[in-house]
Every structure is written in structure tokens, then in C-alpha cells.
Design a protein around this ligand. Structure first.
Ligand SMILES: *Cc1c(COP(=O)(O)O)cnc(C)c1O
Length: 394
């Protein structure tokens, strides 16, 4: 079979224009590093948002083959999709989903987060109809303030409901989400202390066997966020990425997270080259003025792929040079000034994240691109919509 015949034609035609690639080797390296940094704790990678836009099915399959003990998603739909694609590890649904989805949770053997008495009741009912107890994780609110009660005494009420429901519901563990672990040591330490006392409270009511999980990627920069826990839930770090502020935390000095390896490349092809010969605007309404003598490359990326109109400082890398965007992105095409780039031809790949295709010395980091687009790294990964290839040299 030819390379081409292995892909659906739609995907291969789309991927010939623009592509995200994820290095399986880098993901495996990062997983092992994160596990080691967490003192060998169990790892429940977070593959929500289609694995941050990198393809949940393929990434989950890779992670399972690399020995992760469980996976975490945001929604029941995401968990069902993984089950239907053969992922048989425990799957935690971290966000509280709508009650309509409780029965799917039970049918597909997903572990829902519960944070209130009403949520406990709905999963008891769904488990009962399914003919067996459901396994849940108790989500406790230590200041993220999206799910569940904030106060200890209200948390105690949820614990009592879980104790009452013991025959119908198994509680695997307690987890919470830190609100500021990428930049605030003091607040993270306070939240970690609250979490430890909530875990203590929960074990006193439900048993000492309960697991505990607090740290996501940036939590690994705070020893207090690991203390007393036995699972970590990294997402962004799997792809070798950290928010820049994390490097200012004191935990950065002693951590080995500087050895994370970027896993992602994003490239799009030059479609055509335009030599500007007249003093006239370009694109819709010709509002962008470009003087004669400039050479512009029309490149196969646009706002349908996540490059939005506010991207004033956006640029791409071509033959080792940084090329600024000119005018506004179109649906599937955006222009870049390549006047100073020698030897550009249609079909060349412009790089937006990662090293250049020929392995040139210049690398664009995801942080560069996120900063230019005014997005966080999380937002950047999620908005870049294009075919993804998991690159596995094995
Ligand atoms: C997204 C998320 C994570 C993973 O966060 P990263 O910063 O990507 O490591 C962990 N836990 C919860 C509850 C989340 O929502």
C-alpha cells in the first residue's frame, strides 16, 4: 500500500496543506519525567478537549501503551469516545456533567466526579438501574470555585450522603483543582493545606483506602501540592509545555521540568507568491497597504484553523527567517511578507511551532506563537484546528 492509500483522501488532502505533528517519543519522555518528578506517583493524564487538540484517541492509545494507570477527561462524551475506541483503563470525568449523562457514565464504566448531594443521588440511581455500584471520585472545592461547596461543613454533608449510599456507590478518591499553581506559591500552599484537611475529613468518614489527587502539571512545582497524594493529573506537560510564569517559581530551580521536550510542530504550505507591483491595498476591502517591491507568500492557514483577525503581530518561520503576517487572515489562507527570504517556492512549509522541516537551527516555540496571538498555551493548542499526525519512529 502506498502512504497515500493508508489515509482517507479528505485527511490526506487536508494534511498536504497544513499539519500538526506530535512526537510520540517526546510524549513518552515527558510522561516518564513527570512521573519521576512526582516521586513515582500514579499518573492519570488529562486528555480533555481532544487531548488539547492533539487527538484524544491516538494520544490515549499511546499513553495506555506507555503504562498510565488511568485517564481523565472533562465530559462524558469524551469518555464514551475513548471507550468506543478500545481504551479500557479507568477514566475519570473531571467536570460535573449534566444529569442526562449519568446513565451513559454507568453504561460505559466511567468514573464521574461528584461534588454535591444531588450528584451523588443521580449516580446512585444510574448505578442501580445498571445493576451494580458506580465508582466515583469526590471533587472538592478548595478555591477554584467551579464545582462543589467551598466550606468544610458543606463538604461534610456530601460525605454523609456518600456514607449513606455506600451500597450503591464506591468512592475511589478525592481530588481538587488548584487555581494558581503556575504563578502563585502562597495561594497554592494554602489550597494544598485545605486539600489535605479535606482528604483527612473524607478518609475519616469513608475509609483510609481513598486515593487523593491534587497536582496537574504546574502542581509539580510545589512540594505541598504532592504531599499526601498518590496520583497526578498532568495535561500540558505531556507535550513538553509549561506556562512561562512557572519558571519564576522557587520550585522551578529544584525541579527537573526543564528537561521536558516540546512534542508539537505546526506547519502550513506556501500556496502562491505575489510580487507587489502597485501602490494599492490587498485582500478584502484592500485596507492593508503594502508598498511595491514587497513579496508576499499566501500560506494555507487562516481563521478557520484558529488564526483570528486580532493576530496583529503574528508571524511564521520560513528558511530560517521570521516573516510577519500582512493584512488579515482569510478563511483558509493568510499572507506573510517574505521579501527578505531567499529562494521561496510554492509548496515550501512555513513553520508556526517547532523546528523547521529541514532541521534548521531556528525553532519557533509554542510560547512565541501564543504570545503573538494573545492566547494562553492551552487556548493556542485548542484553537489550532488541522489534521494531526502522531509521529512514531518505532
Ligand atoms: C485541565 C485539568 C488538568 C490538567 O491540567 P494541566 O495544567 O494541563 O496539567 C488537571 N485537572 C483538572 C481538574 C483539569 O481541569
Amino acid at each position: 500500500m502506498t502512504e497515500r492509500a493508508t489515509h482517507a483522501p479528505v485527511t490526506s488532502c487536508a494534511a498536504a496543506r497544513l499539519e500538526k505533528t506530535v512526537s510520540a517519543d517526546a510524549v513518552r519522555h515527558n510522561l516518564a519525567l513527570l512521573r519521576a518528578e512526582a516521586g513515582g506517583r500514579r499518573v492519570m493524564p488529562v486528555v480533555k478537549g481532544d487531548a488539547y487538540g492533539l487527538g484524544a484517541r491516538a494520544v490515549a492509545t499511546l499513553l495506555v501503551a506507555s503504562g498510565v494507570e488511568a485517564l481523565a477527561v472533562d465530559t462524558v462524551a469524551e469518555g464514551v469516545d475513548l471507550r468506543e475506541h478500545g481504551i479500557d483503563r479507568p477514566i475519570l470525568v473531571m467536570d460535573v456533567d449534566v444529569s442526562d449523562n449519568a446513565s451513559a457514565c454507568a453504561t460505559y464504566g466511567l468514573m464521574p466526579a461528584v461534588a454535591t448531594v444531588g450528584q451523588v443521588e443521580r449516580h446512585c440511581g444510574a448505578g442501580h438501574r445498571q445493576g451494580g455500584p458506580v465508582t466515583v471520585w469526590l471533587r472538592t472545592n478548595i478555591g477554584f470555585n467551579r464545582f462543589g461547596p467551598r466550606e468544610d461543613q458543606d463538604f461534610e454533608v456530601v460525605l454523609d450522603a456518600l456514607r449513606e449510599a455506600r451500597a450503591k456507590i464506591d468512592v475511589a478518591g478525592v481530588f481538587a483543582h488548584l487555581s494558581s499553581s503556575a504563578w502563585d506559591e502562597k495561594e497554592t500552599a494554602e489550597q494544598a493545606t485545605t486539600f489535605q484537611s479535606r482528604v483527612h475529613q473524607a478518609r475519616a468518614v469513608l475509609g483510609a483506602h481513598l486515593s487523593a489527587s491534587l497536582a496537574a502539571t504546574h502542581g509539580l512545582l510545589h512540594p505541598a501540592a504532592l504531599h499526601g497524594t498518590d496520583w497526578i493529573r498532568p495535561g500540558l506537560g505531556l507535550y513538553g509545555l509549561l506556562l512561562p510564569a512557572g519558571r519564576n517559581l522557587s520550585g522551578w530551580q529544584t525541579s527537573g521540568l526543564d528537561r521536558l521536550r516540546p512534542a508539537l510542530t505546526v506547519r502550513a504550505r506556501v500556496l502562491d507568491l505575489i510580487d507587489v507591483t502597485r501602490d494599492e491595498g490587498l485582500g478584502y476591502d484592500r485596507s492593508c497597504a503594502v508598498p511595491p517591491g514587497r513579496c508576499l507568500a499566501s500560506v494555507a492557514i487562516g481563521f478557520s484553523r484558529g488564526i483570528t483577525g486580532s493576530a496583529a503581530g503574528f508571524s511564521g518561520l520560513l528558511h530560517g527567517r521570521t516573516c510577519p503576517m500582512v493584512g488579515k487572515p482569510g478563511m483558509d489562507c493568510t499572507q506573510f511578507d517574505v521579501t527578505k527570504v531567499p529562494g521561496v517556492r510554492p509548496g515550501d512549509w512555513m513553520t508556526f511551532i517547532g523546528p523547521e522541516p529541514a532541521g534548521g537551527p531556528v525553532v519557533r516555540t509554542a510560547e512565541d506563537t501564543a504570545a503573538e496571538l494573545g492566547l494562553s498555551l492551552y487556548e493556542l493548542l485548542a484553537v489550532l484546528r488541522m489534521p494531526v499526525r502522531l509521529e512514531d519512529p518505532r
